[in-house]
Design a protein around this ligand. Sequence first.
Ligand code: EMZ
Length: 387
Amino acid sequence: MKKNSFPDPFEKARQEKGIGEMNDQDDPVVMVLRHADVKKCAHNWETFQSVSTPGRIVVPSEVKIRDIRQIPFEVDPPLHGEYRALMEDWFKRPFQPAYEEKLTEQIEAIVEKMLLQDSLEVVTTFALPLQSRALTLLINVPYEESETWISWGTHVFRSDDNPLDTSKANVLFDYIDEQIEKAIANPGEDLYSTLLASEFQGRKLTKEEVKGAMILTFAGGRDTIINAVTNTIAYFAEHPASLERIRQQPKLIHKATEELVRYFSPLTHMGRVATADTQVCEHAIKADTRISLCWASANRDATVFDNPNEVILDRKRNPHVAFGFSHHNCLGAHHSRKILKVLMKILSEKVQTIDILDCEEKIEEWGTFKRKVGFERLNVKFHPSLI
Ligand code: EMZ
């Protein structure tokens, strides 16, 4: 098997039953696997809610490690829309030319540094710093702040031996508390200050609400972006012709980004809690139990995508749900897409080929499903562009 191939573990269950079942800390999850059902359930927030106990809609559940509600992620309409409206313009800043310029400088610098090395480990010395530095642009804080975040590793709630690491989570929470206090004492142009100054239902947002929004900003786009960046490097390493194609036709980058995001689906699934007895695919779902919307499975649904297990860089119709679907679609999607686009452009300009020297795959286990989501370790060598 090619190192960059990401098999679909859900195919059989999706075709035969439409659902999968798994336990998670004695709070079982019915995984919804078909594209149409995932969309239908995502849309139906009244029956499948996000506003449950903080942490419960995440799989694995984070109920034991946090009691702060992430905003707007763990809120439903109509409140959800009101919170989201406060943040939406800020999260569109990646469209500004100055933002793209700075991102380009950051990514160029890191690619150039890597070109000088005989061997580099992509996850920790490329993707993690890239993600953290780009985050300084998203929240508009000094570049140096990224050094602290890099030291936290690839996930803010998970460590190598513990999928729910309370002490690690507390490092993030204390850090955010500190930044909020600093922003109160000395307001600036950063996201903390902007949120603290926002008007919500005729009052200012509370510190707790700002904290909830910032936790989401730090946690939501971390391992997902790191995996997407790492997997993109692995893909081009094994498909030099695709990198050449992008070099010849940079216009392809837009479609290629959507296709790689569909294929990698960095976030496997996201939960919801049923508010009433109901059913999905004729499978009974009891009130106050969990389902998950399996984006990764929906994105390989052959009733929607031709040759779903192939990367087709210029795929014409690509209604993927890798950034979620309906009102909860990913607030950080513009930022993530911009990172991948800029990365692809720079790789195509500066890198001729990439050799994979060795790697270890990152496999998630969801009940009986085992899914490759990225790499624990990916050692490569970049060869500079011939032009
Ligand atoms: C939550 C989630 C958001 C969760 C869109 O995803 O990302 C996960 O990585 C975090 O652990 O808390 O923010």
